[in-house]
Write a protein that binds this ligand. Sequence first.
Ligand code: GLC
Length: 469
Amino acid sequence: MKAVNIIHISAECYPIAKVGGLADVVGALPKYQKELQASSSVIMPLYNNSFTQTNKFEKIYENYIALGHEYVNIQVLKLIDNKLGFELFCIHIPDLLFKDYVYSNNDTDRFLAFQIATLDWILTLDKKPDIIHIHDHHTGLIPFMLTQSYKYEKLKDIPTVLTIHNAQYQGWFSHEKVSLIPPFNFENVGLLDWGDSINPLAAAIKCSWRVTTVSPSYMEELKLNANGLENLLASESNKCIGILNGIDSKVWNTETDNNLVKNYNISSSKSGKKANKKWLCQKFNLDENKPLFTFIGRLVGEKGSDLFPEIFTKALKENNISILLLGSGDKEVEERLNYIPKENFNFYIGYNEKLAHIIYAGADFLLMPSRVEPCGLNQMYSLKYGTVPIVNTIGGLKDTIIDINSKDGYGILHNGVTIKEVTDAITRATKFYSEKEKFTKNLKTIMKIDNSWNNSAQEYVNLYKTLKQ
Ligand code: GLC
């Protein structure tokens, strides 16, 4: 059978630009799809960051797009000397996109211009994609424009797939800006609307051929709680499906990961983890003989971070443990971390990919008390690196972790995000750590779990094949 030709369109893609898990998925899924005879490429904005400064691009297209009454110069750059495992195209719009950040508080024009430029360029291609796969609200107006804007008439039969990585953010903007969208039959303006504003995520749910979420449980949860989109998702449920994310086991490999202080495999895991833990404990002034609990991620309400100061203080008082946090976000939480006694606790404010890898390798436990977790990748990285995840029973966490007290269990689950639930889970984990033999055996069990993209990439390809005429 002829290979399916897919274009992924996204605001983030690892290793080019990463804010969260969206980047990891868009940077990995195309590689795995390629192995399944599906040729995938990625289109994203060109940001001004270290990847784009240190890699060579070739200009393959240049034009002007109309953004309301303005004409904006756009270029399409293709990455040369490409080692990513898929083709990468970046949309260069100097004044709007080429910044040293991915997101700001004023992104409507930026991502609208990105989407229009992308479609204008696709319109010129001799070989059109078989499938357009968009990710989150930043690319959410594409299915609407494809089916409704007169200028894209020639593309209207290309099937579109929307993946929702996080439904909390929807990209809302005022109807006053509707003229920025290339002209369409105004009778259908309702497709853009949800709750009296233009809602790109809602428009994408209405206009895409298929909608996926990044875990089956999250799909179910969204019907009850989707930041206002519950009814829409329930009414569109026959085109919705949950497909669990995988992890890129080429990047997340303890034997080859050159971020680590010491590499290891399942048989050398004890000494390998010990060396990474020692390095961490020296750097952050912690006792390497105590079980090390960690958190890696954004400090936002969704991740339960507002309770961290209380949880950490109580857990440190009640257990003989240390805690290390890597992340940034809510300034108030960052500030309150300073008041936790520093004896067995430390933190690093910011984003540091290398340090994150060493933490996955050196820690004993990873905390993920998320209130919402569409999939969560950190718990899967943590398993691969032999670190036991402690997670709330929600979304993708529920789909990937089995509690040690259940049959074939290997992680720790808690029900709900309260100070008591999470500290009780930490106490249970500390006890588990003291049962040395059981704990060591579990380490080997979790490292063997295969959460790579192999299965899920196939599920996506199967989905595309049902859409391709
Ligand atoms: C978002 C979600 C996270 C998911 C990731 C990749 O960041 O919050 O749960 O793993 O996207 O799909």
